[in-house]
Design a protein around this ligand. Structure first.
Ligand code: ASP
Ligand code: MG
Length: 419
């Protein structure tokens, strides 16, 4: 049994969807679960719609129409002049969404966000499933919310692994054994029956959750790139593809900003030794990258990961005390309460520094919370470079004209915060 994940770029228009059909056609007789993201940039468009609705801005209707006509165009192209009843059902989903944005919201923004933004995956999976059935790739559409159960952390749902894997194993597995199933990435639901999303770009993670529950033989993430590269090819034209990479190295790369795999994807797979293939949907027969093997090519490959939009925060105590366990424990609990993710940290006797994503609201909230006790310096517009198997001396070009403001080295990994 395999799990295939198709991201937004792989279903961004009718031609792309036909290409997914061609890829899946080759797996017609096999046990396959297809996990699909919202089409193209739909999630961004729905985010804007959710905000307009929440702010009771009448723009919401224009935003709704944009999302609808984008999908209508794709359906029209796929229909190619035919009339297919199943596509009419998709019309109902749009009516549902339109009802959802009527009136004024009675719930908090994050909850509103999840109820609206999740439609992107519902639309894409319904359109893909219908198209595939018409094209002879017989499949069944299933709602991921019946299987992925989360807590109430809207926009960043925490998976209830026991319930989720039980539901997947007992309810979904028998269906996938009979027929190809098409479902959604990114979404689950909580015990109050509200939709909860798993965080932006979370469809990879969904694929891993399903693979875990199904005890799948493998997961394939179909991308518009050849595989995992040792550097971002947009920034480094000499970047080359990594053939094989271990789970821990892949986690490290994803965590430090290589956007090709969502960082939460790897651990569930690693725990069951399920290999992850990253392959190109443009060139499906090419080898791609395999995650989860021992003899990794990355051991020899210098690897560069650049994470932009970072801020360096440094804390020192106002009462001249040293940075000790109590300070750190206080600071960490404040970071956690504002959901600030620390990318690198460094502590000395008198100061504690962290490099975090530049999320203005969260940082401001945290600052207010601790400013009585700490002096805080904030350096904006920094980048985090993670260099694996890479000597700093060889990075001169990369560091040209930049100033290193924090440096940290572990075994094969050098991390630099630069400005
Ligand atoms: N559609 C969601 C997003 O764009 C989830 C995903 O693409 O993985 O964030
Ligand atoms: Mg996406």
């Amino acid at each position: 049994m395999r799990v295939f994940k198709f991201g937004g770029a792989s279903v961004k228009n009718a031609e792309a969807i036909r290409n997914v059909g061609t890829i899946l056609n080759a797996f017609g007789g096999e046990e396959v679960l297809v996990v699909v993201s919202a089409m193209g940039k739909t999630t961004n468009a729905l985010e804007a719609l959710a905000l307009a609705y929440f702010q009771n801005n009448q723009d919401k209707y224009t935003k709704f129409k944009e999302v609808k006509s984008f999908h209508d165009e794709i359906i029209k192209d796929l229909l190619n002049g035919k009339s297919v009843r199943a596509y009419d059902d998709i019309e109902n989903l749009f009516i549902e969404l339109e009802c959802e944005i009527e009136g004024k919201p009675q719930i908090g923004f994050d909850q509103v966000y999840d109820q609206i933004v999740s439609y992107g995956e519902i639309f894409s999976s319904r359109i893909l499933s219908t198209y595939l059935n018409e094209a002879g790739v017989k499949n069944r559409w299933m709602d991921a919310q019946n299987f992925i159960i989360t807590d109430n952390t809207y926009r960043e749902g925490k998976v209830n692994w026991n319930r989720t894997s039980h539901l997947i194993g007992s309810k979904l597995l028998p269906i996938v054994k009979k027929q190809m199933v098409v479902t959604q990435g990114f979404i689950g639901k909580n015990q109050d029956n509200f939709t909860v999303t798993l965080g932006r770009e979370g469809s990879d993670y969904s694929a891993a959750i399903f693979a875990y529950g199904l005890n799948a033989a493998s997961v394939t993430i179909w991308k518009d790139v050849a595989g995992v590269m040792n550097a971002d090819p947009k920034l480094f034209p000499d970047a080359i593809k990594i053939e094989t990479i271990s789970y821990p190295k892949a986690i490290e790369m994803a965590y430090y900003g290589a956007t090709v795999i969502h960082p939460k994807t790897i651990q569930p797979l690693q725990s069951k030794n399920i290999p992850l293939f990253v392959k190109s949907f443009v060139d499906p027969s090419a080898a791609g990258t395999t995650v989860g093997v021992e003899n990794e090519t990355i051991k020899q490959l210098p690897t560069i990961i650049k994470k932009g939009k970072q801020v360096l925060l440094s804390f020192s105590t106002k009462d001249f005390s040293f940075i000790a366990e109590e300070n750190l424990s206080k600071l960490f609990s404040v970071f956690a309460s504002f959901k600030i993710r620390i990318n690198v940290m460094q502590s000395s006797a008198i100061s504690f520094s962290v490099c975090v994503d530049d999320e203005e609201d969260k940082i401001e909230g945290m600052r207010n919370e601790v400013k009585q006790e700490y002096d805080i310096s904030i350096v904006k517009g920094v980048e985090l470079l993670t260099l694996i198997n890479f000597e700093k001396e060889n990075a001169t070009q990369l560091l040209n004209g930049k100033q290193i403001i924090l440096e940290q080295k572990t075994q094969n990994t050098l991390q630099l915060v630069i400005k």
